[in-house]
Design a protein around this ligand. Sequence first.
Ligand SMILES: C[S@@+](CC[C@H](N)C(=O)[O-])C[C@H]1O[C@@H](n2cnc3c(N)ncnc32)[C@H](O)[C@@H]1O
Length: 279
Amino acid sequence: MAETPSEPGADLEAVVDHYGRRYEEAGRLVEGPGRLELLRTQEVIRRHLPSHRLNVLDVGGGTGVHALWLAEDGHDVELIDPVVRHVEAAARIDPTRGSLRARLGEARQLECADESFDVVLLLGPLYHLQERPDRVRALEEATRVLRPGGLLFAAAISRFASLHDGLSREFLFDPEFRSIVTRDLETGRHENPGGHDGWFTTAYFHRPEELREEVAAAGLELRALVGLEGLGGWLPHLDARWSDPATSEIILTAARAVESEPSLMGLSAHLLAVAARPS
Ligand SMILES: C[S@@+](CC[C@H](N)C(=O)[O-])C[C@H]1O[C@@H](n2cnc3c(N)ncnc32)[C@H](O)[C@@H]1O
């Protein structure tokens, strides 16, 4: 394991290649399990936000899906991302929908003034940085730009995500995928050496206690740690249920019921840490 953080940006080739050329991120949160991730992320974030207008920095904001609903909620949102195609997509969002700006940037070296944001989102960078010093550096940068008392929302992918995804989508019956999963479970370091489309790119998969520890190492106070999707995120046959508000609500209720249950935390595809910069 590296002793010090990597040079920001120098190690992002796989991520930039994945999102820039191979994978279309824009549609991910609008269908299937992505919809559950979006709705649950929204509800956990809204639960913790004060009701007045906030300055929000969305680090690794992708094409702007979360930035948009936050801007439509009345907040002033700045998005940064290292992938040109993502920044261009976010910059194309209709300005009449809310206050949203987008620019290129990197989580470990935020070009932002100290204490300049009420809220920082890190919904992506922590699971693409494989080395702990890099993840702690990203969390420290988020802490630096937060005003005292400001809130951080940081997402991680569960250590068990590729195992469950492999079973759900049947990649696990491929021996090459099984060997990737074996390594993921042992080390958390996920690679896709064959460059298979549909298999995730270079990433780090957290155990809940690791995310808790990294947040504390950056000097943040953890307010909540939740599993976002629960079992529902692994059940593709639930897709048809999203067209009916009553059955949608049942899927969301099932996720809420176990969100803080320690014995089931790693079942969710995504973990979300809510933390504050000490006042
Ligand atoms: C799966 S997408 C998530 C996008 C969005 N935040 C969401 O939650 O839907 C992961 C994002 O993290 C970005 N990312 C990866 N490494 C990063 C880093 N070191 N700094 C900033 N963003 C990074 C990627 O470019 C990508 O847009």
